[in-house]
Design a protein around this ligand. Structure first.
Ligand code: PLP
Length: 354
């Protein structure tokens, strides 16, 4: 399929690179393509960034037929722009699409389109330390009828937003509250799919945690309310007695690309990594007897987010000394060096965009 390029006639002024924030500024263009059950994907185009006009009955508004991805384009010290494991995002997009009965994309084509789009927006990839161009592919159903039925029309869009450093002053430990009332996902549900609905279901718990001064919630499984799943919108890892323990992908957990990369790097560093069920009882025991040495969240946005405090019910526990663990810092340094191209990429994880 050919990609039509419709350049903007009104390029925007570039932002203040020192005050980007997250997801507030958008580039000049967006990638769009449409799907219907008769013609498949068609009309691939890069067009000026702007509002989407949708029918008020569009499926996405009523039945939440929406999935998305999140990845970044990084500016290397030599000025080149690169992506980190973008083929993994395309693969996951299709896994999410399959779960929600949305049309899948041709991964190779979607990756090619993504690269062409980023190449066009290259001047929007910031170069200050920790900054990047955040890419947000999303796909939704837009049948113009209220009937609940198989999706016949869909749209795939990619927008891009230059974002600031997640940690302006280096890594910063966060306070986490264990969520005991709401659940994010259940096995058999959509937990492993990156879909907007999972986020909608998690807002209330996030708000309640924020009211109490906690930045994220630690989610437990939806059946026994006992096993640790994720932290906010990140995967979670624990260093217990020298071994790294992370929840196994049971179907209700999002298979993070940062998680996968951390596991590979940790094994290379010589750590044993256990992907298994980890109960709150085991975690609280490890907190009490001091065997919990470190805890961190991992995801594209923050890369590594060290956990300094855990609250369980009314009890508050400091994780080790409450600071940034050695391994959390090492993982962060190793991964970000590959992503921003300040260290060689021995894994072939990065793709230069020309
Ligand atoms: C996107 C996401 C993650 C992290 O995935 P990465 O590929 O590492 O960015 C973890 N949990 C949830 C719920 C997510 O949506």
């Amino acid at each position: 399929m050919e990609i039509k390029v419709i350049p903007t006639t009104a390029p925007k002024a570039k932002p203040d690179w020192n005050n980007l924030g997250f997801g507030k500024i958008f580039t000049d263009h967006m990638f769009v393509m449409d799907w219907d059950s008769e013609n498949g994907w068609h009309d691939a185009r890069i067009e000026p960034f702007g509002p989407l006009t949708l029918h008020p009955a569009a499926t996405v508004f009523h039945y939440g037929a929406e999935i998305f991805e999140g990845l970044k384009a990084y500016r290397r010290p030599d000025g080149e722009v690169q992506l980190f494991r973008p083929e993994e995002n395309m693969k996951r997009l299709n896994q999410s699409a399959e779960r929600l009965s949305l049309p899948q994309v041709d991964e190779e084509f979607a990756l090619k389109a993504l690269k062409q789009f980023v190449a066009l927006e290259k001047d929007w990839v910031p170069s200050l330390p920790g900054t990047s161009l955040y890419l947000r592919p999303f796909l939704f159903g837009n049948d113009e009828t209220l009937g609940v039925h198989t999706i016949h029309h869909a749209k795939y869009v990619v927008i891009a937003s230059p974002v600031g450093a997640y940690y302006a002053e280096g890594l910063n430990p966060v306070k986490i509250m264990i969520e005991t009332r709401d659940v994010r996902a259940v096995r058999g549900g959509t937990g492993y799919a990156k879909c907007g609905g999972n986020y909608a279901a998690s807002m209330r718990a996030g708000d309640r945690a924020a009211e109490e001064g906690y930045s994220q919630v630690l989610w437990l499984d939806g059946v026994e309310r006992r096993y640790i799943e994720e932290v906010g919108a990140m995967n979670v890892m624990f260093l217990i007695n020298g071994t790294v323990v992370t929840p196994q992908l049971t179907g209700s957990i999002l298979p993070g690309i940062t998680r996968k990369s951390c596991i590979e790097l940790l094994k290379e560093m010589g750590y044993t990594v256990e992907e298994r069920l980890l109960s709150v009882e085991e975690l609280s025991q490890a907190l009490k007897d001091g065997s919990l040495q470190e805890a961190w969240g991992c995801g594209t946005a923050a890369v590594i987010s060290p956990i300094g405090e855990l609250r369980m019910g009314q009890a508050k526990y400091q994780v080790a000394d409450g600071g940034i663990g050695k391994l959390s810092q090492r993982l962060y340094d190793t991964l970000t060096a590959i992503q921003w191209g300040t260290a060689p990429d021995a894994h072939g994880w990065t793709t230069v965009v020309k």
